[in-house]
Design a protein around this ligand. Sequence first.
Ligand SMILES: [Fe+2]
Length: 285
Amino acid sequence: MSIFSAATVPARLKDNPLAQGSLWLTWSPSFRRLIGRLRQAGALRQRVSITRVPSCKPYDKTYTISYGKLAPELRQEIEQFLPSLKTQPCGKKAVFFRRMLSPTLNSNEIRAVFALLRVAFIQQEGNPAASLYSPVSPEKNDPGFNLHADLYLPTKLWLIFDDVPDDGSGASLFLTRKQLLRSMQSVPGVPKKAHQEVAQLLDLPLAKDSYNKMYDLIYDRRKTWCQRLQAAMSRGMQSVCLFRGEGYLIDDRNWLHGRSPVSQAVTERRFHRLTFDMDRDYSAQ
Ligand SMILES: [Fe+2]
């Protein structure tokens, strides 16, 4: 059962090479029908709460929902869609989404859908760290977010934007891992050790959340090479401005992501973020 079906590129992005060269998807008709059944059963009005998964520290918060209350046949239906989500190719090419919210889902309902998918994943894997629906960190004034890899234990990163301005601010930024590693090799002064450590973080299965470690390796502001590296990364970067109901799915080990400054406060509903697919060895790729 396929959770997604093909969509067209939004007309406003006709001149955006990344958007044009990527796959665009939306909910499949069969998943939309399941959404309807979940709504009818009251599952999309269920309370979504925040819990912690200690093995994911320090970014151990995740939304969760009571899955056991759901009728067994609805649980089974949700689980039938997991393989297609898990195996959706997103390594070399980023995947973009559109029409993921209204009229199909409102903000509260997508929260319930993502929470249900998260619990279905962790039950299947028998590991609470196998999928996280991590809350957004709100910002009153947003300076933007430098390119980074999240480096949660799961490798796939799926975002659907919700509370975003439509003025073109807060664009999503992307840089491939290849471009990052090439820049680290070519920019004068970047220590070989830093390059090797970053390559290792992206290649090898992680024993723990490594976001801070990698961020500190790339943005070592005490070092003179840091600014040069940032400039090289900016030259290789691509950006796409995504509106409400749009989003992306990337392999977090193959793509760095970030955002340009947002013109308004970043709220806890800026986006919905689900991680899944446990870590594996990328070194042979
Ligand atoms: Fe991130």
